[in-house]
Ligand binder design. Structure first.
Ligand code: IDP
Ligand code: MG
Length: 136
């Protein structure tokens, strides 16, 4: 089985869409391996988003991801689970994301795009180790 990290971001939890996101993943056929509702502190956000350090939107991103609880998940599927989740998420900018995707159906602002999903097998392993070290 193949695992990836998913985060229902603070905007999703605030809007009562965490259950919708979990439900979509489950109905697709992915299985929940871990789930934790937590406020992501700046240090953890910095590790998670280290590829974006130095970019213009970085400070806003770190403060957004920690502004209220996020639902951090590990999900499992048969293969290339990160790709399955990324397809379900839609493109980064929700204003342009296809209808039928999570971002396309529920989002409109770039930062507040509801969901994070690891972008490769390597990212999945790295990110799972940050949030759920006992699963690494
Ligand atoms: P992804 O979440 O689709 O993988 P990334 O490029 O990894 O997109 O960016 C991480 C997050 O940073 C995005 O989900 C979004 O919330 C935010 N973000 C990305 N690009 C911008 C931008 O140009 N302005 C503001 N926020 C951005
Ligand atoms: Mg990314």
């Amino acid at each position: 089985m193949d695992r990836t990290l998913v985060i229902a971001k603070p905007d999703a939890v605030e809007r009562g869409l965490a259950g919708e996101i979990v439900s979509r993943l489950e109905r697709k056929g992915l299985r929940l391996v871990a789930a934790e509702l937590r406020v992501i502190d700046a240090e953890t956000a910095g590790r998670h988003y280290e590829e974006h350090q130095g970019k213009a939107f970085y400070d806003d991103l770190v403060s957004f991801i920690g502004r209220s609880p996020a639902l951090v998940l590990v999900v499992e599927g048969p293969e290339d689970t990160f790709k399955v989740v990324r397809t379900m998420m839609g493109t980064t900018n929700p204003a342009e994301a296809a209808p039928g995707t999570i971002r396309g159906d529920f989002g409109i602002e770039l930062t507040e795009n509801l969901v994070h999903g690891s972008d490769s097998r390597e990212s999945a392993a790295r990110e799972i180790a940050i949030f759920f070290p006992h699963l690494a």
